[in-house]
Design a protein. Structure first.
Length: 239
């Protein structure tokens, strides 16, 4: 939303003005007048539940006025995008956990590519989606479904800046494209060969059945999400 907001409000200055001018009372009244009952309940939670650890209306207002994302203002969309991409695509390309061997489970090894490890492009290069090599409360985590979700959110951010005219050439753009040039190819290679995820201390099942998350599954809009990058964004950048 830090990137969609500037696009919607005509630039970072417009979005920042919305935050800087935030008034809790009128905002809550407006939510209620529009029938946004769930959002109104959220913004009035502390008043309705005084013992809750939720922030007060005054604390929310203090937090959003003059808002900065790790020191970055909404007038710096490319710098914000770069920070997000540096985090999302922070891994080094590999076939899975434990050097590609995965983690042994009663249903076979998990947290690794299902086939094609020997042909995986760009091994060791920076840019792999971090959801292929991270952790959670159960220990190591590696899931292509999580990585795919991260890719899609990042794609929306990328397209938003392009369509709103907020994309700017320079060091931030170069860094973003360098990471994605590696990471997007890595994602689709793994999805095409299938990936067996591992999360919360056990093998991950796939909603459509089984344990292999693969790009031939019709439930996840893979063709749409793939072509948005390969037929729209990548050709625009010439990569």
């Amino acid at each position: 939303m830090m990137l969609v907001g500037p696009a919607y409000f005509g630039g970072g200055a417009g979005a920042q003005a919305v935050l800087d001018g935030y008034q809790p009372g009128p905002f809550l009244a407006q939510l209620r007048s529009f029938g946004f009952t769930n959002m109104a309940e959220t913004f009035n939670w502390k008043a309705d539940h005084p013992s809750s650890p939720a922030p007060s209306a005054a604390q929310v207002a203090a937090a959003v006025r003059g808002y900065r994302y790790y020191g970055l203002a909404l007038t710096q969309p490319m710098a914000i995008l770069r920070r997000l991409v540096d985090d999302t695509y922070q891994g080094h390309v590999n076939c899975g956990l434990n050097g590609g061997a995965g983690i042994s489970t009663s249903n076979g090894p998990a947290g690794r590519i299902n086939s094609g490890c020997e042909g995986l492009p760009n091994k060791g290069a920076a840019g792999m989606l971090k959801e292929f090599d991270t952790s959670d409360g159960g220990g190591p985590r590696s899931g292509a479904s999580y990585a795919y979700d991260s890719y899609r959110v990042g794609l929306v951010n990328h397209l938003t800046l392009l369509t709103a005219g907020l994309w700017g050439a320079g060091a931030d753009a170069n860094a973003v494209l360098a990471r994605k040039r590696i990471g997007v190819r890595d994602l689709w290679y793994k999805l095409d060969h299938g990936y067996v995820g591992y999360a919360n201390g056990h093998i991950m099942d796939v909603p459509s059945g089984g344990y292999v998350f693969k790009s031939d599954d019709s439930d996840f809009a893979f063709p749409y999400a793939r072509t948005l990058w390969y037929d729209v964004v990548a050709p625009y950048h010439g990569i």
